[in-house]
Design a protein around this ligand. Structure first.
Ligand SMILES: [Zn+2]
Ligand SMILES: [Zn+2]
Length: 203
């Protein structure tokens, strides 16, 4: 027990809070943690997130070192996103590496660093959530795609390009002339100078 901390703020029932009591504080001891826990809310980015409550697979190693507990391993998460090109919803999975030293509350590191500079154990508990959150967010793409080869949507009609024939096209008016075309019924587009080959007498 740590005499100088009156209470422990971490809730040991939270899925990403790990208890290191079994590990002991003898440098070199090690313990593996393999478990599936429900994902916390708000894990992800705007267009791609880990659904709250979905399976989060932890494959973690806790290692007792001089100053604290070194956590390393991988976290596997399901992700759900919206494709940045075709706007279709899609699901995927990510596997991210995590590594973090949680220092003992009464260690030299604890005494010589600011509150937010390092992760700390609270009693025997450590909170993996901020570490997992950072790692998962870093691993997620800013512009997620349903498929790396997604062709997206036709700019003319909004249909998926993959489902359209290669010859699919629209008569696209140059935007600079589009306003004039509406006004003059389109003739102005064919020949803005009014001096085309077709209008000249040929014989
Ligand atoms: Zn797509
Ligand atoms: Zn189209």
């Amino acid at each position: 027990m740590t005499a100088n901390r009156a209470f422990v703020r971490l809730d040991p029932r939270r899925p990403l809070v790990l208890d290191t009591r079994e590990l002991g504080r003898r440098a070199g001891s090690m313990r593996a943690v393999r478990r599936t826990v429900p994902a916390p809310a708000g894990l992800g980015l705007e267009l791609i997130t880990v659904p709250p409550g979905s399976d989060l697979g932890l494959d973690i190693r806790l290692e007792s070192v001089m100053e604290g507990v070194l956590v390393s391993g991988t976290v596997e998460a399901e992700v759900a996103g919206e494709c940045g090109r075709c706007l279709d919803p899609f699901t995927d999975a990510v596997s991210v590496a995590v590594q973090e030293l949680f220092v003992y509350p009464d260690s030299t590191t604890d005494a010589t660093t600011e509150e937010d500079e390092v992760s700390r154990l609270e009693g025997d508990l450590l909170d993996l959530e901020p570490i997992v959150r950072d790692a998962v967010v870093l691993a997620l793409p800013m512009s997620p795609l349903c498929d790396p080869d997604c062709l997206g949507l036709c700019a003319g009609c909004g249909q998926r390009l993959e489902e359209l024939p290669a010859t699919h096209s629209h008569e696209v008016l140059d935007s600079r002339w589009a306003g004039l075309a509406e006004k003059f019924g389109g003739d102005v587009l064919a020949d803005p100078s009014g001096d085309s080959e077709q209008s000249r007498p040929t014989g």
